[in-house]
Design a protein around this ligand. Structure first.
Ligand SMILES: [Zn+2]
Length: 254
């Protein structure tokens, strides 16, 4: 009964709050990443983006004026990973905060001897466990390029990873998926990237992915949607696992 009501309510939101036709078409033109989807998928993506805009608060910091078009550009990209998962995968948090540029939060860390260190780190985005997603608009707007980098997909991949606790590169797998296969595929590929980074060897992947398993999952999720052929060639087992997890088989030709 509750499920039926939720489904009815969401259909009502999609009908009443639907993204304006002209704006949606403009968004599709602006985001070449969406070219991989057929008409039916684009329709569902638009419905998901509509629900995303309804359920999430997307706000800018004081030094940025956020237009509805910018909100739609964020929502459309954020919904790519959940196209075949559903909006409930983003349940449990509400806020997206947009900075004009990259930002530099101060991080405090306590080392083994109890000394507290302040660190300044320049970031393009962040995802907090049960908290907000933070995006820099300059990096979000740049996501129009097909180059294997996509800040929005990166941060929202972290959000999916966090559905079963702190981000660790191990999101909740679907019932039919194998824990062992996921672990084997990701740990072998992670070790490969780590080795290449440590020995300064060439790799087509963002070296930042070697900083932690959580970052590896987020970085490879970017590549999965932007340069799927490259991921399939380099790390085929990871590609298969991501196809099963996202329930998608990306086919974008860059
Ligand atoms: Zn990250």
């Amino acid at each position: 009964m509750i499920f039926k009501f939720k489904s009815w309510w969401r259909k009502r939101i999609v009908r009443r709050k639907s993204i304006d036709d002209a704006l949606w078409q403009h968004c599709i033109q602006r985001l070449p990443l969406l070219r991989q989807f057929n008409d039916e998928e684009i329709t569902r993506l638009r419905e998901l983006a509509t629900l995303f805009l309804y359920y999430k608060s997307i706000e800018a910091t004081a030094d940025l004026e956020l237009t509805h078009e910018m909100r739609v550009v964020i929502a459309a990209q954020a919904c790519i990973p959940i196209l075949n998962l559903g909006i409930d995968w983003y349940a449990g948090w509400v806020s997206v905060i947009v900075y004009p540029q990259g930002f530099t939060p101060t991080r405090t860390q306590t080392d083994e001897s109890g000394v507290v260190h302040e660190q300044l780190m320049s970031l393009g985005g962040e995802a907090w466990h049960r908290g907000p997603v933070i995006l820099s608009w300059s990096d979000t707007a740049y996501a129009g390029e097909i180059d294997g980098h996509n800040l929005v997909i990166h941060e929202f991949a972290h959000k999916l990873d966090m559905r079963n606790g702190a981000a660790n590169g191990f999101p909740p797998l679907h019932a039919h998926m194998s824990f062992e296969k996921w672990t084997k595929a990701f740990s072998q590929a992670y070790e490969d990237l780590l080795f290449k980074v440590e020995h300064n060897l060439p790799t087509p992947f963002n070296r930042y992915g070697a900083s932690a398993p959580a970052e590896f999952f987020a970085v490879l999720s970017e590549v999965f949607f932007e340069l799927p052929q490259m991921l399939e060639t380099q790390y085929p087992a990871v590609f298969c696992q991501l196809c099963e997890f996202y329930r998608q088989h990306p086919r974008l030709i860059a």
